[in-house]
Design a protein. Structure first.
Length: 205
């Protein structure tokens, strides 16, 4: 792990958590992270590189070590930390991972970060309401999803806990459930499109 405090250590940091397969990591992940660092007044953003996303097929998934190495190269920022901490925690689902993190780092103020493309399918995640009750959530818009995502079952449920954008700087201090929608640079990059291009050019998937 890259600079992640040991489990059980005391940390009062404000930390954004961005989870995913990162297959591969790309510039839009970095832009979301930098926007969150600035707008949410975070100390760090941790990229939680999943060994295997339960909602994605195993076929076409690059080895974890490769994805970690590539994510490190893309992050390229001292306040963005890349980790495969789920392999240490022994968790598979995000809800379990986040609960374990809050237990191991009780003084940290975590915020779960996601793009609006993930919010569109959030209701399919295991115990998604449990995630919302574990830590505040910041959703950053993505091309083609900023309005569509707000019509999904999870977004409608979260809307009752929605904060105005001007409250972004205090989101990490709010008790969950707390939800915020942030505008960010609409980078059209996606891991799916990158993998498709790699297949065409013979690059690694």
């Amino acid at each position: 792990m890259n600079g992640i405090p040991p489990l059980g250590s005391s940390t009062g940091l404000r930390i954004g958590l961005l989870g995913g397969s990162f297959n591969p990591a790309h510039a839009a992940h970095r832009e979301i992270s930098l926007t969150a660092l600035h707008r949410l007044k975070l100390d760090q953003v941790w990229w939680l590189v999943s060994p295997q996303n339960p909602l994605k097929p195993i076929r076409g998934m690059a080895p974890l070590a490769y994805r970690l190495q590539q994510a490190e190269a893309v992050a390229a920022h001292p306040r963005i930390r890349v980790t495969a901490i789920e392999t240490t925690l022994g968790t598979r689902y995000t809800a379990d991972t986040l609960r374990r993190l809050t237990t191991h780092y009780p003084q940290a103020r975590f915020v779960w970060l996601m793009g609006a493309d993930n919010l569109a399918q959030f209701h399919r995640w295991q115990d998604w309401q449990g995630i919302a009750r574990t830590m505040p959530i910041a959703v950053l818009d993505r091309p083609g999803f900023n309005l569509t995502a707000m019509q999904t079952p999870a977004a409608r449920w979260l809307s009752r806990h929605r904060l105005p954008r001007y409250a972004a700087a205090i989101l990490a201090d709010r008790p969950p459930p707390a939800f915020l929608l942030l505008k960010s640079r609409l980078n059209p990059l996606s891991a799916t499109a990158i993998r498709a291009q790699q297949r065409k050019t013979g690059g690694r998937v």
